[in-house]
Write a protein that binds this ligand. Sequence first.
Ligand code: BG6
Ligand code: MG
Length: 216
Amino acid sequence: MKKGFIFDLDGVITDTAKYHFIAWRDLGTEIGVDVDLKFNEQLKGISRMDSLDRILAHGGKENDFTLDQKEALAAKKNTHYVELLQSLTPADLLPGVKEFLDQASTKGVPCAIASASKNAPFILEKLGVKDQFAGIVDPATLHKGKPDPEIFIKAAELLNIQPEEAVGFEDAQAGIDGIKACNMYAVGVLSGEPLHGADLTCHELTELNMDELLQK
Ligand code: BG6
Ligand code: MG
């Protein structure tokens, strides 16, 4: 019997993945690195700085910038990303998310957010669902990012349950790998690329039966 739900944010609760892509693509153009949609898949679930490192390595520019310059580039990307987020409203919740959270609340099943994004509280506020989460892991407190399971273990702790008592929802391979590494049940939310190792996959949360999930 499962006792809690743990959600990734970008690509699961809302489609901010497209705004991350636009912001990285434009930064890439500025520094002469081509960030296309296929390469962008490798940035999903990965922290801001790690994403920049992957982009620089992708363009063979890993030794071209000092740490200060890299921090300035990451900040520039984030400023653009946050500009793109200003127009977010509750209408930007992905299909079935609001209904799923409401149903979990009715059943007394607590929910938490396990996202690498430092913008998560702001995004949840804009979407009007922040109060529906009993906990949001602060990614600044993590030693390792996804695919390390640390963020999912912390999210379970916030809900006062064991990782194996939770169901984790993820759209990124790094996230599915992190969920499985702590023996959590993994639901993969598909948006194009296949996800390996998920216990169950769906295209949107409307396809899921909560009672069946809680029995897993
Ligand atoms: C993850 C996204 O949720 O958050 C990544 O999938 C992103 O693409 C990461 O890089 C960090 O986000 P932020 O908002 O802190 O730059
Ligand atoms: Mg995601």
